[in-house]
Ligand binder design. Structure first.
Ligand SMILES: [Zn+2]
Length: 329
């Protein structure tokens, strides 16, 4: 069961704003919740609906025990309507159905809430039909339009609703959600330090290739440490043949950057920050044979390699230079 408290862990600003409006009885008639997938838009919409319909809400919190709260928790309150795309789109018939429902007064009171998920998927006809609905005066209705692509909503709809932006999750929040999705921790740790978009992180984790890339980069650090000359020899066959595309090589460099950041964390006795946590032993071994200063130089070398790659230097040349600089460390 979600609560304001739970929602404010990831969206403190949005929750503060909504609760203030509830306390002052100044809720808008329509909100647009916009933000990346997984940022808690639906959870927030549910708690807002519950607070709005609760019979005994106190200080902006739902009681969780009245019949309205209970029915919203179990997802079958007659005055809370959720619309989701029917196939690719939200069609005009779905909006008309909603209007029809709303023509009758509420079952419990006159209060009603409707939530439109992926509101950007409304067809033009559906959106125009909703627009008329939003323009109808007053009554105790709240419209909540959820979207990951707010720019796709009609301007006329946006101008009639208050837009609340849901921030991307912090790395820790993304990690927790990935673990809840049964992603193995080593991969989840890495993905959550690569992106602050939960959907993207999940996609990265689900690619078989990503786990292989991670293993490849770990292998590279071992080669650099134990067989630096051999490393240059096999650069093309072992590594560049795997990181074929530029995007793939860019990712490899990002992983390498994280590896050396981990190494720095170990030098600074912050091993709890280590992302490659299952490689702690290897990292500690490497830390024994290099200094903090050298590690800083290695990080700089990787950043330089990334810049050279961006300015179209050939991948082989970029990587050869990088390996030469890293093996000195
Ligand atoms: Zn209640």
């Amino acid at each position: 069961m979600v609560s304001w408290e739970e929602c404010s862990k990831t969206q403190p600003r949005v929750v503060r704003l909504l609760k203030n409006s509830i306390r002052k009885q100044r809720l808008a008639h329509a909100y647009i919740f916009e933000g990346a997938h997984g940022t808690g838009k639906m959870a927030t919409a549910t708690v807002l609906a519950k607070t709005f319909l609760c019979r005994n809400s106190e200080d902006g919190n739902p009681c969780e025990s009245c019949s309205n709260c209970k029915r919203i928790t179990s997802g079958n309150h007659p005055d809370v309507h959720i619309i989701i795309p029917d196939g690719q789109n939200i069609k005009i018939d779905q909006i008309r159905g909603l209007q029809k429902e709303f023509a009758y007064s509420g079952m419990e009171s006159s209060k009603k809430v409707y939530i439109i998920e992926h509101a950007d998927k409304m067809t033009v006809q559906a959106a125009n039909s909703l627009l008329k609905f939003l323009e109808e005066p007053g009554n105790d209705t709240i419209a909540l339009l959820l979207t990951e692509q707010v720019h796709r909503l009609l301007d006329t709809i946006r101008s009639r609703a208050q837009t609340l932006t849901f921030s991307p999750l912090p790395p820790q929040g993304i990690l927790e959600k990935l673990l809840q999705d049964d992603i193995p921790k080593p991969v989840a740790m890495l993905a959550s330090s690569l992106t602050s978009d939960y959907a993207e992180a999940l996609e990265i984790c689900r690619e078989e290739w990503f786990a292989q890339a991670r293993a490849k980069v770990i292998q590279l650090t071992e080669d650099l440490r134990l067989r630096p000359d051999y490393c240059l020899v096999v650069l093309q066959d072992q590594y560049l043949s795997f990181f074929k595309e530029k995007d793939q090589l860019r990712l490899a460099l990002n992983l390498l950057l994280i590896w050396y950041r981990d190494l720095l964390s170990i030098h600074l006795s912050n091993s709890e920050n280590v992302v490659f946590f299952d490689q702690l032993q290897a990292l500690e071994q490497q830390a024994l044979h290099t200094s903090q200063k050298k590690t800083g130089e290695a990080l700089q070398a990787i950043l330089t390699a990334q810049a050279r790659l961006r300015s179209n230097v050939s991948p082989l040349m970029v990587m050869e230079q990088l390996v030469l600089r890293l093996r000195e460390g």
